[in-house]
Design a binder for this molecule. Structure first.
Ligand code: ADE
Length: 250
């Protein structure tokens, strides 16, 4: 999968060299290209922002450098067929980023990310982009970041780990939170009996029983109970009534 990121802070994307995403790049699974928006500004100060028409606080990113940067990304694609990237613009006003959206984006051959800063990007840039490629504004959640870069790190990690060969054990993708609509069950490792400064903390006995059916049933119960306690919005209304009150969910 090819990923292009346009930003005024290329260094912000340095973590994409680390861990499983860095390895996926070295393995040729991910082709990540980071572009400095200021390289597409043509004045002496390489400026990319100006004050908003109509007044108001802060600065707005000007259209010229953005159009040039996006055109550059599109033009750098494979020449033999008219492939264009799917452009993702992180922003608090976008559609929610979910595991389902991560899966849809993971099926794309080419994603481009446009990282806005300040009060946002001149709206005409979206028109320019939409005439050339599919565009989706995506929000990480109902809070405001200073710019799109941190959101891109999160989205690239969530999307990249779904690509074949990125996460070594494909099974670990199946039972995790948000797959199957439930949060993940609690996990434990050695020691089975942990002396924690005078308090003995033990692993739930069922996990030591060797009874695979009982373990699977316990884990499922835990997933449902955790989801009911922390994210009842994920459950159908019927699942949140009765039977769960006495389960110990932290
Ligand atoms: N940029 C600023 N806030 C954001 C958010 N909540 N999600 C994605 N990108 C953002």
């Amino acid at each position: 999968m090819r990923l292009d990121v346009v930003t005024i802070f290329p260094d912000y994307l340095a973590p994409l060299d680390l861990s499983l995403i860095g390895k996926a790049r070295r393995d040729g699974i991910l082709d990540v290209r980071v572009h400095d928006l200021r390289d597409f500004a043509h004045d002496r100060h390489r400026s990319v922002d100006d004050s908003p028409f109509g007044g108001g606080a802060g600065m707005v990113m000007t259209p010229g450098p953005w159009a040039a940067a996006l055109d550059h990304v599109v033009a750098s694609g494979p020449t033999e067929d008219a492939v264009v990237p799917h452009l993702v613009v992180p922003g608090p006003g976008g559609v929610p980023f979910t595991q389902a959206l991560a899966r849809r984006l993971a099926a794309e051959p080419w994603l481009a990310f446009a990282c806005g800063r300040y009060e946002g990007i001149d709206e005409r840039v979206y028109e320019h982009a939409q005439e050339r490629m599919p565009v989706t504004v995506v929000s990480l959640g109902d809070y405001v970041l200073n710019g799109g870069e941190v959101a891109v790190l999160a989205m690239v990690e969530a999307v990249g780990r779904l690509l074949p060969g990125v996460v070594g054990n494909a099974e670990s993708l199946v039972e995790e939170s948000h797959e199957g609509g439930l949060l993940e069950y609690p996990v434990y490792t050695r020691p089975a009996r942990w002396e924690d400064g005078g308090i003995l903390r033990e692993v739930p006995p069922v996990l030591l029983s060797g009874d695979h059916a009982a373990i699977a049933a316990w884990r499922h119960e835990q997933r449902v109970a955790r989801t009911a306690a922390r994210r009842p919005d994920l459950l159908p209304a019927s699942a949140t009534t009765g039977a769960l009150e006495d389960l110990d969910v932290r």
